[in-house]
Design a binder for this molecule. Structure first.
Ligand code: GDP
Ligand code: MG
Length: 332
């Protein structure tokens, strides 16, 4: 018997593969990608020095200093302690016998913090079309740019993308998104009137996505401080409206974290997650004078994976997150 696969089913299988699209791309030159890690790297360079002179009798002092270095590199007290405790345990067990051993172990512990207890770093786009991704975060972090980059990647895979101009706070925001839509050949839904409600725009986009046989709806939102109660409530209503339009949506809520902000990331991530439930992070501006080391604490505390890193302003400057490459960049 011939198996009949409807067009719709084919598209669904296709959607399932989309989450992996980014993963399959070759790893780029890591040194180049993280050229902006200067701030964190400068601090962490001390680690090499510390470990060069490491000897067993002095290990407690060196572990203290190591903890200090991690703290000034934005790892956060809880995570820094966890890392050092892990090393201490192995040193006492006698499995770490030299400076280089310790460095390898240090990197392994950090990779583990970034990958254990978190769900997949692949996009989870579900089974029904359209898949919907909401992009949220503070002002200027790179939300709109990330939408452009995502659309570009997906368009290369023949995905039908629709953008939703949910940042109705600033007049220029929709125009900025329109430029990205044009550049990537995506459809776009923009609100009408002088001050459209963002929830209305997003819900309308999802409805049009359903009608027009769209594969992926990318929802832009206004930047907001995690401390602004009203704006955070507005975000909640945006998500509700999207779910009302399509019960399976949103499939992903990606929080954009600006890699140059250091430890402020932590309260931001906590609050956004509490208000709408974040499914992944996009860590942007790693090409700048980034302080991205902080993201280790964020992932460790919230058990939410980093899914992408932004490494520039161009269409191709979005990479899937690779924990090992990331840690190699931190500790060359
Ligand atoms: P939004 O307010 O969160 O939507 O932020 P935008 O997407 O408008 O980006 C704010 C600024 O950051 C723009 O000038 C972007 O070009 C820039 N930007 C976004 N992502 C990156 C990145 O990964 N690297 C660099 N260097 N700049 C970025
Ligand atoms: Mg924007």
């Amino acid at each position: 018997p011939v198996e009949v696969i409807s067009n719709a089913e084919l598209r669904v299988g296709f959607l399932g593969r989309l989450g992996r699209v980014f993963k399959e791309k070759a790893k780029s030159d890591i040194q180049l990608l993280f050229s902006g890690f200067s701030k964190t790297r400068e601090n962490l360079a001390v680690v090499d020095e510390l470990l060069t002179y490491w000897n067993l009798s002095d290990s407690e002092n060196i572990l203290d200093e190591l903890e200090e270095v991690l703290l000034v590199s934005d790892f956060g007290p809880r995570t820094a302690m966890k890392i050092v405790d892990g090393l201490r345990k192995d040193i006492l067990k006698g499995t770490l016998k030299s400076g280089p051993d310790i460095k390898v172990a240090l990197k392994r512990i950090i990779v583990r913090l970034l990958t254990e207890n978190v769900s997949s770093t692949e996009l989870q786009l579900g089974q029904s079309r359209p898949a919907v991704i909401m992009i949220v975060g503070v002002n200027g972090g790179g939300k709109t740019t990330t939408i452009g980059k995502l659309a570009h990647r997906f368009k290369n895979e023949n995905v039908k993308v629709l953008m939703a101009a949910g940042d109705t706070f600033r007049a220029a925001a929709s125009e900025q998104l329109e430029v990205w839509a044009e550049r990537t050949g995506s459809e776009i839904v923009v609100g009408e009137g002088s001050k459209p409600r963002p929830a209305t725009v997003l819900a309308e986009a999802v409805r049009q996505g359903l009608e027009q046989d769209i594969d992926l709806v990318l929802c832009d939102t206004s930047g907001r401080l995690h401390t602004n109660y009203n704006l955070m409530e507005e975000l909640r209503s945006c998500k509700r409206a999207v779910t009302k339009a399509l019960p399976s949506a949103p499939n992903e809520v990606l929080l954009v974290l600006d890699g140059t902000t250091g430890l402020n990331m932590l309260p931001q991530a906590r609050e956004f997650n509490q208000v709408i439930g974040v499914t992944g992070f996009v860590l942007t501006k790693l090409d700048g004078t980034s302080r991205g080391g902080c993201v280790v604490s964020v992932v460790d505390e919230l058990s939410i994976p980093v899914k992408f890193v932004g490494v520039g302003e161009g269409l191709n400057d979005l990479q899937p997150f690779d924990a090992e490459a990331f840690v190699d960049a931190l500790f060359p």
